[in-house]
Design a binder for this molecule. Sequence first.
Ligand code: CO8
Length: 276
Amino acid sequence: MNDNNALSDNAGTKSFDYDNILLEQVEAGIYRLTINRPKSLNALNAQTGDELYAAIQAVGRDPEARVLLLTGAGEKAFVAGADIVEMQDFSAIEGRAFSQHTIRTFRALETMNIPVIAAVNGYCLGGGCELAMSCDWILASEKAVFGQPEVNLGITPGFGGSQRLGRLVGRAMALELLITGRQVKANEALTIGLVNHVYPAEALMDEALAMARLIAAKAPIAVRLAKEAVQRGQDLDLDNACALESQLFGLCFSTADQKEGMKAFVEKRKAKFKNC
Ligand code: CO8
């Protein structure tokens, strides 16, 4: 694994050299990260977690990055959870360390300064659902299945699921899913607010790329600050959260893109944003 070793093909797609994930720059500003262990339904083992962290850092270092898409290899799974084979003989200390390490990685993903969108193409269970919930929002294929089945294995969620699920779907539904281990299909996930959109399986990646292009065309600093306002504001009281919004809103007026965006509106033309 070498995250500094970017490879380019003739079409200009840039890819990076990892064992268990694929990281590609598919278009200007648009990165796609694929968890790539299809024989294990993309289960997250420690090495995959380390590579995921390295990839997040690699994308984060690119000032031209605008959006990150996250998906799973193959047609069956996004991620079917943490790797049960690797975890089965953990001691308590090893279990805690794996949890803490992965929580740090998922938090790094969640707090990236660009939008991160999960394109969930199949089973999205346990640690997979926790990974998807660490993204800014989730797009699902009709084949997607979500759940936190840890109670079937004698454990609780360990990658933030007991905290993020309730924030997304509300306390009572989160408790039901965590305590019964019941799995929900894509349309129910849409109804309960876990996913934003459901698409036919064959259309999922095209729809995700279309959404990424839409985002990449917006004013990049405004996009970053809007994400920051939601991320940092969600756990503040309303007065402090609105004060944060005012600060970030004011900051926008220091950018050339704000001047360009408003001038373009007045002149009835498309804005040309420069990320400054
Ligand atoms: N870990 C390791 N291997 C897996 C996993 C997994 N989570 N999921 C599937 N696989 C493997 C299977 O063992 C199988 O391997 P092999 O071909 O060598 O036998 C291969 O993937 C294909 O799987 P199946 O044959 O089972 O495929 P099916 O279509 O019959 O079933 C299911 C698909 C329903 C998704 C089924 O594989 C399944 O139930 N998987 C486990 C789902 C699960 O329980 N996930 C939660 C795991 S625990 C977790 O994520 C907690 C996170 C926090 C951890 C805290 C750290 C301390």
